[in-house]
Design a protein around this ligand. Structure first.
Ligand code: KG4
Ligand code: ZN
Length: 365
């Protein structure tokens, strides 16, 4: 880099409106000067999932504010921004359009380059922002909206080894919490109940483990839990606190087993490429689960693979990752123009077969 670069990142593809300022100095790693996130959890909570129209309206309301706050807290005046990076897909189209239109306006008025970023590339490149990880590495994205294994060969080339064909794991945690009357988001509440429960009392299915490959399925798990819950209620007239903890423990054990085994298979495929510094990075809200994290760490240790997880604020949706992915594109000379389109679907690996399902957060490619 012959001079420092300052990138404004904008993210609005799902249920978080976010802006960030990233600075790449002449030497050394990029630095996050500000990262602002306005979540919409409360707005969607009464509906049990993200409502696209509500999300789009909230993005339109908060996008300017999040950019102003990011600029103010970074101390960077708008005129010092060298490029605008924006999520241009995949995601809920209303939100993506809000971000892209805002970025186009800023790019035109400031006369600086516009860079459209794939949201999934933002997640997948985060380990390079946080830990300067070398290519190729294996990435597991596990959140309320994503679940896929990707080999990151370069900032532009990703191979998808598999993913969920229906619900994302976070979605399954959230639905489980709802079925058991636990607070949202479901992940932390189910995890905390699970620590008090017996994971062996109820044996829930381990979907797709009997089939080869790295694809996963989590929607049957919550149906099995619903049946077990209803059977207990019919038998006893209600659920005891111990029943609830045991149901959570059984559910979590099933998710852990599926993710661990599929990770084993994904690692085997990745290691065929003989990476010189083999590494698995995990990102997404579900990466906060201690049982899942411990299982993934064990699988990595058994395979002599380094395990890493970015700090949680950079694992979940944010604009610093979009600014960073934009920086990689900028350095490679991949600049967009005013014809940049918002894309609801945009698989990172165009050659992989389409996944059948879509998460509660809409189509995520
Ligand atoms: O990355 P994130 O913020 O993305 C989406 O909005 O998709 O992840 C949120 C998801 C929620 O479904 C939440 O229940 C789940 O991550 N989650 C967890 C835990 N903490 C958050 N799932 C399991 N265990 C946790 N400790
Ligand atoms: Zn995301």
């Amino acid at each position: 880099m012959d001079r420092p670069l300052t990138i404004l990142g904008i993210e609005s593809s799902c249920d978080d409106t976010a802006a960030a300022i990233l600075r790449q100095p002449e030497e050394g790693p990029a630095e996050i000067l500000a990262s602002v996130v306005y979540g919409q959890t409360d707005l969607h909570a009464p509906y049990g999932g993200v409502v696209p129209e509500i999300a789009a309206r909230a993005h339109a309301e908060k996008i300017d504010l999040s950019i102003e706050e990011a600029l103010a807290s970074s101390g960077v005046p708008l005129k010092e921004v060298d490029a605008i990076a924006v999520t241009s897909g995949p995601g809920l189209i209303g939100g993506v359009i809000s971000g892209v239109m805002c970025a186009k306006g800023l790019s035109a008025s400031l006369g600086v380059p516009l860079i459209g970023v794939n949201h999934l590339a933002g997640h997948a490149l985060t380990p390079r922002l946080t830990d300067q990880v070398a290519f190729p590495y294996l990435m597991l994205l596990v959140s309320g909206g994503h679940c896929q294994f990707l080999i990151a060969h370069s900032a532009e080339k990703f191979t998808r080894l598999g993913g969920t064909i229906d619900d994302a794991p976070g979605e399954a945690f959230d639905k489980t919490a709802r079925l058991l009357g636990l607070p949202q988001p479901g992940g932390p509440s189910v995890q905390s109940e699970a620590t008090k429960g017996d994971p062996k009392r109820f044996r829930f299915p381990r979907p797709l483990l009997d089939r080869p490959g790295c694809d996963m399925s989590f929607s049957g798990l919550k149906t099995a839990l619903l049946r077990q819950r209803d059977a207990l209620i019919a038998e006893q007239g209600g659920l005891t606190l111990q029943d609830r903890a045991d149901l959570c423990a059984g559910f979590q054990a099933a998710v852990v087993d599926v993710l661990a085994e599929k990770t084993r298979r994904a690692l085997a495929l990745y290691l065929e490429e003989a990476p010189s510094e083999p590494l698995l990075a995990v990102a997404g809200g579900v990466a906060a689960n201690t049982a899942i994290r411990a299982a993934l760490e064990t699988v990595c240790a058994q395979n002599n693979v380094t395990f890493t997880a970015p700090p949680l604020a950079l694992c979940t949706d944010n604009a610093a990752m979009i600014a960073y992915a934009g920086l990689e594109k900028y350095v490679a000379g991949q600049i967009d123009d005013m014809s940049l389109a918002a894309r609801p679907r945009w698989p990172l690996d165009q050659t992989a077969p389409a996944l059948l399902g879509s998460g509660k957060k809409g189509a995520k490619a």
